[in-house]
Design a protein around this ligand. Structure first.
Ligand code: ADP
Length: 191
């Protein structure tokens, strides 16, 4: 199994690169952001609860996202592996994910971290906001908050995966194809 944590700040290009990885390696894409947005548009209780955090650019509580990932993993019977996109975002989420995967004997293979300068992130999110209609991409103060939350709560995950030899930093500046090439090179080493 190839289990990849696709890591990086909001706007780093995780979703875009995940599409390429699914095709190239036949992996299953698990994006907590996408899962939460589909709960929101279905108007479920979970979706409504999540919306109040997402609209402010805050993290949705750990127990909600961990529960969501657990039930998704339970429904998949056979897989070549998973791409976790936007998850884990806290150390508690990473520990919970390890526990879920270790129970199946299929640990994380590597954390691929897309590294992008802050101004470039803001530019990308503002332009995505013009077409996506996502409330959290429309407002620069919310975008700033998401980047701050990332720096405070999510970035420390690098120190969680590094001692396990699973952290791989990848330059996330450049064309989509260039970045895909860099990801492929790293996956070649961990596969
Ligand atoms: P981006 O990476 O551009 O911020 P996502 O779609 O990954 O976009 O996430 C959008 C929002 O969904 C986040 O700002 C957060 O509120 C919520 N969210 C997504 N994944 C998680 C997670 N693993 N833990 C907590 N909140 C999450």
């Amino acid at each position: 199994m190839l289990n990849i944590v696709l890591f990086g700040p909001p706007g780093a290009g995780k979703g875009t690169q995940a599409e390429f990885l699914i095709e190239s390696y036949g992996l299953i894409h698990l994006s907590t952001g996408d899962l939460l947005r589909s709960e929101m548009s279905a108007g479920t209780k979970l979706g409504l609860e999540a919306k109040s955090f997402m609209d402010k650019g805050e993290l949705v509580p750990d127990e909600i996202v961990i529960g969501m990932i657990k039930s998704k993993l339970d429904t998949v019977k056979e897989a070549k592996g998973f791409i976790f996109d936007g998850f884990p975002r806290t150390v508690d989420q990473a520990m919970a994910l390890d526990e879920l995967l270790n129970n199946n004997g299929t640990p994380i293979s590597g954390m691929l971290s897309l590294e992008v300068e802050k101004q470039e992130l803001i530019n990308r999110l503002v332009s995505r906001g013009k077409i996506s209609g996502r409330a959290d991409d429309q407002d620069e103060a919310i975008i700033e908050n998401r980047i701050n939350v990332y720096n405070q709560k999510t970035l420390p995950l690098i120190e969680y995966y590094k001692p396990q030899g699973k952290y791989f930093g990848i330059n996330g500046m450049g064309s989509i194809a260039e970045i895909a090439g860099r990801l492929k090179e790293v996956i070649g080493k961990i596969e």
